[in-house]
Write a protein that binds this ligand. Structure first.
Ligand code: HEM
Length: 148
């Protein structure tokens, strides 16, 4: 059971952080180079919408499996790195909620209204929050490895 929990936990982290890396470093620059805003922004909005469904699932699995592993050991006995991962993870979840219900919702509205400058601004905000997510995710994993 502990191995299964950790397996599902790590799998979810890979889905989330791998997807963010792909969006930031492959899909977005390629779309910016090849597509004009009236094609690019609906394309990015739809790709994000599909990916974000996976992110919601990953968050649910990360939280449930993470808490199960943490509580099995007990908050008092858990190493510092586990507490750090819990804290940073909660921050990442809150950040994603903000990204989803803020800039992403506004991006979809801008696409519906064919307001490309506004859509471009929202994609920029989403990319900034995604970069912070990637940094926090890396820190949380480093915490488990390096903080006793
Ligand atoms: C807030 C909820 C979270 C809690 C309570 C939590 C808790 C834990 C715990 C207890 C472990 C086990 C460490 C071990 O057995 O050595 C672990 C491992 C891990 N967690 Fe989390 N975690 C959370 C969120 C996250 C997030 C957001 C990510 C990254 C997106 C993440 C990625 C990982 C990875 C990759 C490992 C495996 C590290 C190893 O090989 O030991 N976790 N987590």
């Amino acid at each position: 059971m502990p191995a299964l929990l950790k397996f599902l936990h790590v799998l979810s982290a890979i889905v989330w952080l791998g997807g963010v890396s792909f969006m930031l470093f492959a899909l977005r620059p390629a779309a910016a180079e090849l597509l004009t805003p009236p094609l690019r922004l609906p394309f990015i909005a739809q790709a994000l919408g599909r990916f974000f469904k996976l992110v919601w699932g990953s968050i649910a699995v990360l939280l449930l499996t993470g808490l199960a592993m943490l509580l099995a050991v007990g908050m008092k006995k858990a190493p510092l790195g586990w507490h750090a991962m819990f804290g940073i993870g909660l921050l990442m979840f809150a950040l994603f909620g903000h990204l989803y219900f803020g800039p992403f919702r506004r991006l979809k509205m801008a696409v519906k209204a064919a307001d490309w400058p506004e859509g471009g601004r929202r994609v920029g905000q989403i990319a900034m929050l995604a970069q912070i997510t990637l940094l926090l995710g890396t820190l949380s994993i480093a915490a488990v490895f390096f903080l006793a």
